[in-house]
Ligand binder design. Structure first.
Ligand code: ADP
Ligand code: MG
Length: 285
């Protein structure tokens, strides 16, 4: 067990004094090398869970245990050291990157922040990270604005990998990308996981993406996990009404949108076929 989330709750108090329970007694585990997918509609608490897991914000109840360590109870240098082992990949590849920095400066930044290496060894680590995400060295001196969304997301992933973490939290990491580019980035993430033995918490509102990436799926609704289980079992036999609702073809009034939705699903299946050699059985879309 690499990550053990035990009964975590998080309450926000709004300006009006109203209290919002964003995460309500959430528990799940992630084994090393596994991907747990967290799915749920906007506002269900997914991002609050991701921040809680990385101890990027406080929690009001419960505990997070990462490889036997409790980040919420740690401070200073000890916490900084643990943080190197867990990294976040954000949603929007453009706004997540400093627009004044070149690609190599962006990827080097975490090394500088952690005071790691010499100029030469850092340059080598940056080259290695670029190589890992299949970014040509010619991009090293480019600025994000001269690059596509998919290329920027590769830079984001390289920046997350440069500290050689064991665990990545991917919060809507492909949601801002075009569908065909999404499939490329998802496949890259799967390859990286296999090459580096990475463990993922993969968050998306998109059930097709979750299905493609996850070995275990947790379904969130209004701050709670309403259903969690092995991917294939959960998709074959969803227990909770809300999960069945997510899986059912959501009625789309606009036929153009409906065609787009089907095209998206087809691209993901194709991508999956390329990896596993088969379209998954029991596909409902
Ligand atoms: P998701 O990522 O699933 O869209 P979030 O975790 O972002 O959901 O939000 C869950 C709930 O918590 C929402 O009702 C949201 O408005 C609220 N929330 C999230 N962050 C804050 C915050 N910093 N202050 C107040 N409320 C917040
Ligand atoms: Mg979110």
């Amino acid at each position: 067990m690499l990550v053990d989330v035990q009964g975590v709750s998080k309450v926000f108090t709004l300006g009006s004094g109203r209290r919002v329970t964003a995460v309500d007694d959430v528990s799940f585990q992630i084994r090393r090398g596994e991907t747990v997918g967290l799915v749920g509609e906007s506002g269900s608490g997914k991002s609050t869970v991701s921040k809680a897991v990385l101890a990027l914000g406080g929690i009001d109840a419960g505990a997070v245990v990462f490889d036997g360590h409790r980040p919420h109870e740690m401070r200073g240098e000890e916490l900084r050291h643990l943080r190197r082992r867990m990294q976040m990949v954000f949603q929007d590849p453009f706004s997540a990157l400093n627009r004044r920095q070149t690609v190599s400066q962006i990827i080097e930044a975490p090394l500088l922040a952690h005071g790691i290496g010499t100029r030469a060894t850092r340059a080598e680590k940056v080259r290695e990270a670029m190589h890992r995400v299949r970014l040509d060295e010619e991009f090293a001196h480019r600025l994000p604005r001269s690059m596509s969304g998919g290329q920027c997301q590769r830079v984001s992933i390289a920046r997350s990998l440069v500290l050689e973490p064991e665990f990545l939290v991917l919060d809507e990491s492909v949601s801002a990308l075009d569908v065909s580019i999404q499939a490329q980035v998802l496949n890259l993430l799967r390859e990286l996981q296999a090459e580096l033995g990475l463990t993922y918490l993969f968050i998306s509102h998109d059930l097709a993406v979750i299905r493609y990436m996850s070995s275990t799926v947790a379904v969130m609704q209004q701050g709670r996990i309403v259903e969690i289980g092995a991917r294939d079992a959960l998709f074959a036999n969803p227990q909770h009404e809300y999960t069945r609702g997510l899986m059912a073809a959501i009625p789309v009034a606009d036929p153009v949108l409906e065609r787009r939705r089907r095209a998206e699903a087809a691209v993901l299946w194709q991508a999956q076929g390329a990896v596993t050699g088969a379209v998954p059985a029991g596909t409902t879309r």
